[in-house]
Design a protein around this ligand. Structure first.
Ligand code: 5GP
Ligand code: ZN
Length: 114
């Protein structure tokens, strides 16, 4: 837990969120400012600042986050087309420095992203 981290506060319930999955390692919830009809965030309970701060020992956790994204895509009805994004670093658009996977879907998406 990092004292000033908004996502740590969502994990411990200090800040409310529309949670859609919780297990021993992972929490998922709807993004407060959705960029698509479905926009969820999947985060580890443990505070890891970014993908750059994950270690080889976090491999299983990272895999579980991806699989949680796939399962949520299925559950939320977007499994035919969805995007999983991990913004890493401010210049790539990371604004919350607690590792998170974005799950986006429900609209046409173009490539490359801006
Ligand atoms: P980033 O820009 O770091 O990749 O993504 C951070 C995401 O967290 C943004 O999409 C933003 O809308 C979302 N977010 C920021 N604060 C909150 C919050 O308090 N609650 C929820 N549910 N989402 C948040
Ligand atoms: Zn945190």
């Amino acid at each position: 837990m990092s004292a000033d981290c908004i996502f740590c506060k969502i994990v411990d319930g200090t800040i409310p969120a529309k949670k859609i999955h919780e297990d021993g390692e992972i929490v998922a919830f709807h993004d407060v400012n959705p960029q698509a009809p479905v926009h969820a965030l999947i985060i580890p309970r443990r505070h890891i600042e970014s993908l750059n701060d994950a270690s080889a020992g976090d491999g299983a956790l990272l895999g579980r986050m991806l699989l949680a994204g796939r399962e949520l895509a299925d559950r939320l009805g977007i499994s035919a087309g969805y995007r999983i994004v991990v913004n890493s670093g401010a210049s790539a658009g990371q604004s919350v420095f607690h590792l998170h996977v974005h799950l986006l879907g429900g609209r046409l998406m173009r490539w490359p992203p801006g």
